[in-house]
Design a binder for this molecule. Structure first.
Ligand SMILES: C[S@@+](CC[C@H](N)C(=O)[O-])C[C@H]1O[C@@H](n2cnc3c(N)ncnc32)[C@H](O)[C@@H]1O
Length: 226
């Protein structure tokens, strides 16, 4: 389903704080099995992380939103002058802390939807989180990214293209059901983007964005304030 269809549809579930709270709770519960189920199942994805990170021309002061277990954090830390990594799940942050060298990263535990940056950055990076932003929070999310960036700064977002939608059980266009190893089932927001529609959506918000298909049906969105 195209994002425009979703945004023109006022189903209350898209704006529900309950869904966002349940989504965060799901990731808290999933933290211990995240690396295996996210980057260990499909061949080549784990190895793609340092290869993709290497192409991003990371430098300067970097903010990572929704860092998870630090899969990308460890790569960003190799290039950034300073790195701040935020996540809402303490369990994820604990694993991320173990992955990076002490002192390399400042970790922040916060709900991104209620957080305001106290500093500004050259790069705001996020991997596999944009698809979890409900359509009615898309503008607020990008407004936060804009506030966090210095003039001329870049936003870099990696996530899944619509071609990967078949890997999920998605219903109502934007809710996916996920099952954890204990058998518990959880509903999360999952929006799959086409590259052109994401670029157009960002242009509407005043961003100059290029969205490129990269390895594994992922996209890289690179955006600056127009
Ligand atoms: C799909 S994972 C991506 C993790 C990491 N970026 C990666 O690529 O491995 C989504 C992450 O978003 C975090 N998250 C979910 N809701 C959040 C919220 N409201 N505020 C901050 N982080 C949140 C989860 O804890 C989880 O670590």
């Amino acid at each position: 389903m195209r994002v425009r269809d979703l945004t023109s549809d006022n189903r209350s579930v898209t704006s529900s704080d309950d869904v966002l709270a349940a989504q965060l709770q799901y990731y808290r519960q999933r933290a211990a099995e995240y690396d295996v189920t996210s980057f260990g199942v499909r061949a080549g994805e784990r190895i793609a992380v340092p290869i993709v990170a290497d192409r991003l021309a990371i430098s300067g002061d970097v903010l990572e939103l929704a860092c998870g277990t630090g899969m990308w954090t460890a790569e960003l830390a190799r290039y950034a002058a300073s790195l701040t990594a935020l996540d809402g799940a303490p369990e994820m942050l604990e694993l991320a802390r173990q992955r990076v060298s002490p002192g390399d990263v400042r970790f922040v535990a916060a709900d991104v939807f209620g957080w305001a940056p106290a500093s500004s950055y050259d790069i705001v990076f996020s991997a596999f989180f944009l698809s979890h932003v409900p359509p009615d929070r898309f503008g607020d999310f990008w407004s936060l990214v804009g506030k966090a960036l210095r003039p001329g700064g870049r936003a870099l977002m990696i996530d899944e293209l619509a071609v990967r939608a078949g890997l999920e059980q998605v219903h109502d266009g934007l809710l996916a059901t996920r099952t954890l190893s204990d058998g518990s089932q959880h509903q999360i927001i999952k929006v799959f983007y086409e590259a052109d529609e994401l670029a157009a959506r960002l242009a509407e918000l005043g961003w100059a964005a290029t969205v490129t298909a990269i390895d594994h049906g992922w996209f890289l969105a690179e955006a600056t304030r127009a």
